[in-house]
Write a protein that binds this ligand. Structure first.
Ligand SMILES: [Zn+2]
Length: 576
């Protein structure tokens, strides 16, 4: 049977996997578990990201059910929820997560399992809070792909946050997507005819088919590859529209492989073509990675596609605004009317006014207006027009302040100090435990040697006494070993965390550094990443909403800094 996976691709499922969809089979598997097995609730949800046009719930079901059986968890509840795009569902409406919350409150589940954590929240920034809610209600939260999500300390909170922050970048998912594809599909790894994507050419390289006839192979076309690279960069860093890019290519006299002018569709097809990552893609089958065919790095591919996704939003109004971002306002697509909540559009406003002496002056200024008010679609008592420069200026001021609050140099040092301190603490702990392990082992050896002397009647210990001592030494050894393993694991986790924190800071500081001098398009992109929205009301009352994820990060940074001293004091106390 064929099923749809999380990327909307059709994949073949083996019979041994498919059987997990059979409820009777699954019930029998569950019946084998002991009566005190942990109780799991499963939530299947179609991703709320982008347009919901595929149903991967059967795949989720297979994976989640299998996961539970492997972990010895009893599934007491399964909730499925099909595609409803996030904005259309009111928060109070009961959904899979709401129902699971109700069960958790009644104490009916011990574990909540989903396929990917992003399935927990209706919007991305919601996910950490959903996780936190369940953890606080004593429910472990797991994903089949990402493992357990814990929030029980500052560190976990940070890891948790960073994981979502990175997931937002989707880079991990692209990597996973590539890996999954390779796992699932096999292909000859050779060009097998058909249209050759822009940027490549088919040439005879001496390969012959089974019948001994020469066949062609793909190679990078040196004159086209830089153009492909340029398109990805324009999409990723300047948010240029497919329309503008098609025009640009046509103006240079370039044509597609079929000899026609470029259209926005051609450009989009190029930006979506995974083959540029170094694969031969035929229908849904992808070859292994072929480095010689790689034109675009996974990072650039992902960035460009994220921008394309943002433009392809299903919201017609938002699309209208996004396409207007070719004008020179800074915040197009981000500004909302504080009075009616509608998205505002940026445009060039033509003004014509008479001076006292009768001369007519004309001016062209970028302005924002409330779309709903202009179209009389909604009652709005806000202002008709806002000068874009003035609004932009206020927002820039706020953003500058934000960036200056995360100036990297001093904090980076604090962070490194803290990491180094923790690393040293771990090393001390490790050394202490190693000593303890040795002591325990020696004690045990001594007692065991004493057993022989005891049997010969030469020992000062009685048999009972020795048995007690050996049992005690064994228990101590076991405990010490467990503790040692735990410390090793913690050291490993710390190292990973330190790495991740560093990456996050680098990204933040990078922005802070480049922002001031960045060209308009780049500034616009950074603001789109950083800000949720900007509300503008009468008399230029501007409220800047930072995206929840960044807000959390900034808050965490602050706690990190504030708790620095107290933290060091307690560690010193422990050492002394
Ligand atoms: Zn309005």
């Amino acid at each position: 049977m064929k099923y749809t996976n999380q990327f909307g691709e059709s994949v073949q499922i083996s019979a041994s996997d498919e059987i997990w969809l059979n409820d009777e089979f699954f019930a029998r598997e569950m019946a084998k578990l002991p009566s005190d097995a942990p109780r799991a609730g499963l939530a299947y949800r179609v991703s709320t990201k982008g347009q919901v046009d595929h149903d991967d719930i059967p795949m989720q079901k297979i994976e989640c059910r299998k996961f539970c059986a492997q972990h010895g968890w009893r599934v007491v509840l399964e909730k499925a929820e099909k595609g409803v795009s996030g904005s259309k569902v009111s928060a109070t409406k009961r959904d899979a997560i709401q129902e699971l919350k109700a069960e958790a409150e009644k104490g009916n589940i011990d574990i909540l399992l989903v396929f990917l954590f992003d399935r927990l929240g209706r919007i991305e920034s919601e996910t950490p809070y959903v996780v936190e809610w369940f953890v606080k209600h004593g429910v472990e939260v797991w994903s089949t792909r990402e493992g357990q999500q814990k929030i029980d300390s500052h560190t976990d909170k940070l890891i948790n946050y960073i994981r979502f922050w990175q997931a937002a970048g989707e880079s991990e998912k692209i990597a996973e997507r590539v890996a999954t594809r390779i796992q699932q599909l096999n292909s000859s790894g050779h060009y097998s005819g058909g249209t050759v994507a822009y940027g490549y050419r088919a040439v005879h390289k001496g390969r012959v088919n089974k019948k001994g006839q020469p066949v062609k192979d793909l190679e990078v076309a040196p004159e086209e590859a830089p153009i492909v690279q340029e398109l990805f960069e324009l999409a990723a860093f300047e948010g240029k529209s497919a329309y503008a890019m098609a025009e640009m290519l046509n103006n240079r006299g370039l044509r597609t492989h079929s000899g026609v002018k470029f259209t926005p569709v051609h450009v989009l097809r190029i930006l979506r073509h995974e083959g540029y990552l170094g694969y031969i893609v035929t229908r849904s089958v992808k070859s292994q990675h072929l480095p010689e065919l790689e034109i675009i790095s996974p990072e650039l591919f992902q960035k460009a596609n994220k921008m394309v996704d943002m433009r392809c939003t299903s919201n017609a109004e938002a699309r209208k605004v996004a396409h207007k971002s070719d004008n020179n306002t800074l915040l197009a697509g981000l500004v909302y009317c504080a009075h009616c909540g509608a998205k505002m559009s940026g445009f060039m406003h033509h003004d014509r006014y008479k001076l006292r002496d009768g001369t007519v002056k004309e001016s062209l200024k970028p302005k924002y207006n409330c779309y709903q008010r202009a179209q009389k679609l909604r009652d709005c008592d806000g202002q008709a027009l806002y000068l874009a420069d003035r609004v932009d200026g206020i927002v820039l001021e706020v953003v500058r302040e934000l960036f200056s609050s995360i100036r990297c140099a001093p904090r980076d040092k604090l962070l490194e100090q803290k990491i180094r301190q923790e690393y040293q603490d771990k090393r001390k702990q490790k050394a202490t435990l190693e000593k303890k392990l040795q002591d325990c082992e020696h004690a045990l050896e001594r007692y065991e040697a004493e057993v022989l002397r005891c049997l010969d009647g030469e020992s000062g210990f009685s048999q009972e006494m020795l048995a007690r001592l050996i049992a005690k030494a064994e228990a101590e050894l076991r405990a010490a070993r467990q503790e040692y393993a735990k410390v090793l694991q913690e050291a490993e986790d710390d190292r990973e965390l330190a790495q991740k924190i560093k990456e996050c800071y680098r990204q933040f500081c990078g922005w802070a550094e480049e922002f001031e001098l960045a060209p308009l398009a780049r500034k616009r992109m950074i603001l789109n990443e950083l800000l949720e929205k900007v509300e503008v009301g009468k008399g230029y009352q501007v409220t800047v909403h930072v995206k929840l994820t960044y807000k959390q990060f900034l808050e965490l940074c602050q706690t990190e800094e504030n708790s620095e001293n107290s933290l060091r004091n307690t560690t010193d106390g422990n050492v002394a």
